[in-house]
Design a protein around this ligand. Sequence first.
Ligand SMILES: Cc1ncc(COP(=O)(O)O)c(C=O)c1O
Length: 375
Amino acid sequence: MIPFNKATVTELEEQYVIDALHNSKLSGDGKYTMKVYEQLKQRFGFENVLLTTSGTTALEMSALLINLEPGDEVIVPSFTFSSTVNAFMLRGAKPVFCDIRPDTFNLDETLIEGLITEKTKAIYCVDYAGIPCEIDAINEIAKKHGLYVIEDAAQSIGSTYKGRYTGTLAEFSCFSFHETKNYAMGEGGALVMDTDKYMDRAEIIREKGTNRRQVLKGWTDKYTWHDIGSSFLPSDVLAALLYAQLERYDDIMEKRRGIWYRYHELLKPLEEQGKLRRAIVPDHVVHNGHMYNIVLPDDQIRTDLVEYLKQNEIMAYICYVPLHSAPMGLKTGYRPEDCPVTEEYGARVLRLPLYYDMSEEDTELVVKKIGDFYG
Ligand SMILES: Cc1ncc(COP(=O)(O)O)c(C=O)c1O
């Protein structure tokens, strides 16, 4: 069976996790969390970063930090995971769904300004499939209109845009280290901020609204309630797992990108025959090999192909059901036709299996079976 994802765990992960169990803290902010911060700083230049319990909670923290309130509007793509939107809807803010580009399936930056009203407070953009969105244009629009930019970089750790790493592109960036991501800690994430001005409050919000972190640092001796917040701090045992993955950074990256490019090469003849469209990566982007997706001629062909691959023990995955036309999206007043490009590609995109241990033969088999499906 070829699963769509399989986490990679070696003796290194085992070693660090066992060490954390005996020699660090079971709760958060222990030795391995600090080592992760050092790695993230050295590798990507993240200065103001906090590990979180998930990519979802990193997004929720960003919504708290920018003080979103009922009545505020947030511009967001509909082609994303529910967490991107739930994060600010939990604060009472309203999603304003913006359509996507047909090449990368990221926010169509040319449509953003037409959606801005006096209530707009932020843009939540997404790096779909590890390919950074058009952040320069998005930042420029945000600056002109005084809006916050939060990049949902859940899938894009290690990708670059015009030579700059994601996590250094927007005011707030939210990463995921979920099992399905390139570098995993089971459940986990990180919030990266482009300035230290939010750090103190972010640490309070992450610790149930208390100043516990400041007490641990010895800055104050009173441990008390300062703000709203929640339990967003992950265990150091999970940080140990992530630290091992980050030590294997180059190997994991090389392997995933290798599989990605092998798919790209093998699928070319099928694209030339008009059977599918291969992934498109803009020239100014270097991606992290997070995901390989193809675009099929229509929804029915995609359904049939998924079924055919399943019969052959290959698990391909229908990516996102667009949020604006999902049951909750319809409740917010949206109709499928409001984001036509999202609606179209939401029905045609298919994500192929891609994971660290995937062999060359497995990659070839997936492509062969797609070819067989078409006869
Ligand atoms: C675009 C996007 N945003 C947010 C998330 C949520 O991340 P997590 O699963 O770590 O909560 C995901 C996870 O798949 C995602 O793909």
